[in-house]
Design a protein around this ligand. Structure first.
Ligand code: NAD
Length: 482
């Protein structure tokens, strides 16, 4: 890895944290592989970055939306040219399989191109006025210098979609990625810079909680778009509230697949396995609960256990691996402890407690876990485990299945498997989730559709769709007499 990727990128220059602090970036497939030392920024660095973004604001706004969109489109082209390099960084620092990482690069390019097109649709409206010589209209003004704080699990897609939406809107940016996967964001900052962004328009601030807290607290920041866990989202919201600082919070989930008696059970089992164990279960929209009608419970459980046992766990860059590691030692301990606690309270591990292959390197590996008989108040079925663990729960009829699905504080994604059109429509209407799938896994989305949740999973406008501009722009009313 080139050394500059461990540095901040502020006002067009690569530079270390002012006090020289760094944190190591470690390969989760092999902890002996230290990828590099990455800047651990202080509040002082955050302040320099926010001021650089704020000062670049007027130039960027005055460039106009169409020219801004063209720069984002060019970034998508440069990203595609470097797809293999991006994928390799994602595999090594975050632990996705190569095919999963390449899919993330492709999807990120699609989102950048979609958002580049939104530059030509930053529409306002005209309205009738009381007198015939007043022209009344609305237009969208950029929010200003915004803080974008991102998690490690989509180290390219989430920084890319937040940054592109903000830039198209005319905002300038301080991007703070997770210290668990900062390298990919450094590559992304480089691509935007090569596409022609003026200095200061996009500033990359590496580091953890101190850097993130300082961005939110800075008086010149105009808004914060955050993706991450509920506790950190609430801390940001609490810090933002006294200033009425606009926030967009994309938070955790505990997503359910409902399997009704008439479902195609093979399709349902395949979808659960890909939703629960793809990316080692580390997607906000991962499947954590499978709520199965009594009539087909045994059959579906057997199908899941068979499929889970066949998955080969191993290093992310190994072509024979079906499921890579979890991201860190603390993630591994959290997943194991949630499983053990549930087992201590009567849950049964149906697959996943077999020993790991002896030849694995020293990485954060665990087997995909299928559980049943999990107590209804267990963390496994109420909280967010964020790892390769799925609980299979029995329900008597569709109404009970929906009620169990809706019983958690989260509302991000959900899916229902049925061949009956009326059951599908009824269930879609009753599920309290921002993204609902029928006969598809809980994961997967399109660039032009809102990426969003409800309840504790989301606050503020959605991402990825035209509606994302409701966060990064302010609507203004104008009455012009002539
Ligand atoms: P996290 O909440 O621990 O950290 C997210 C980011 O916040 C990191 O950059 C971190 O350094 C920063 N941070 C930590 N404390 C902060 C503070 N007090 N103030 C400001 N910033 C702070 O989340 P994570 O472990 O990186 O990611 C996993 C979580 O993200 C899961 O809960 C997952 O569901 C969620 N997620 C949600 C979506 C979605 O679209 N809803 C998408 C992906 C991930």
């Amino acid at each position: 890895m080139e050394r500059r990727y461990g540095l901040n990128f502020i006002n067009g220059e690569w530079r270390p944290a002012t006090d020289g602090s760094t944190v190591p970036n470690i390969n989760p497939s092999c902890v002996d592989d230290v990828i590099g030392q990455f800047a651990d920024s202080t509040a002082e660095d955050a302040s320099v970055a926010v001021e650089a973004a704020e000062e670049a604001g007027a130039t960027w706004r005055d460039l106009g939306p169409v020219a801004r969109g063209a720069l984002i489109y060019r970034s998508a082209e440069l990203l595609a040219e470097r797809a293999t390099e991006f994928a390799a960084a994602i595999v090594r620092e975050q632990g996705k399989l190569t095919r999963e990482a390449l899919a993330e690069v492709t999807r990120s390019g699609e989102i950048l191109k979609f958002l580049a097109g939104e530059a030509r649709r930053l529409n306002g409206a005209t309205m009738p006025a009381d007198d015939s010589r007043t022209f009344a209209y609305t237009y969208r003004a950029p929010l200003g210098a915004v803080g974008l704080i991102t998690p490690w699990n989509f180290p390219l897609a989430i920084p890319a979609w937040k940054t592109a939406a903000a830039l198209v809107a005319g905002c300038t940016v301080v991007l703070k990625p997770s210290p668990l996967a900062p390298w990919t964001s450094a590559l992304l900052a480089e691509v935007f810079h090569e596409a022609g962004l003026p200095a200061g328009v996009l500033n990359l601030l590496l580091g953890g909680r101190e850097a993130g807290t300082a961005i939110v607290a800075h008086p010149r920041i105009a808004g914060v778009s955050f993706t991450g866990s509920v506790p950190v989202g609430l801390a940001i919201q609490t810090a933002a509230a006294p200033r009425l600082l606009p926030t967009q919070l994309e938070l955790g989930g505990n997503n359910a697949v409902l399997v009704l008696p008439d479902a195609d059970l093979d399709a349902a089992a395949d979808a659960v396995v890909s939703g629960a164990f793809g990316q080692a279960g580390q997607r906000c929209s991962a499947t954590s609960r499978v709520i199965v009608d009594t009539a087909v419970f045994d059959k579906l459980l057997t199908a899941l256990v068979e499929r889970a046992r066949r998955l080969r766990v191993g290093p992310a860059d190994n072509a024979g691996t079906d499921m890579g590691p979890v991201v860190s030692d603390s993630a591994l301990r959290r997943c194991r402890s949630a499983v053990e606690q549930a087992r201590a309270h009567g849950a049964r591990i149906r697959s996943g407690d077999e020993p790991l292959p002896a030849e694995l390197p020293a990485g954060h590996f665990m087997r995909p876990v299928v559980m049943s008989d999990v107590p209804a108040d267990s963390d496994l079925v109420r909280g967010e485990v964020f790892g390769p663990v799925v609980s299979v729960i029995v329900a008597k009829g569709a109404a009970e299945a929906v009620s169990i699905a809706n019983s958690v504080p989260y509302g991000l994604s959900a899916a229902v498997f049925t061949r009956d059109l009326a059951s599908a429509h009824d269930t879609v209407q009753r599920l309290k989730a921002g993204m609902v799938h029928v006969n598809r896994p809980t994961v997967g989305a399109y660039a032009h559709m809102p990426h969003m949740g409800t309840k504790m999973s989301q606050f503020g406008p959605p991402e990825c769709s035209p509606e994302v501009m409701d966060f990064f722009t302010e609507l203004r009313s104008v009455c012009l007499r002539y």
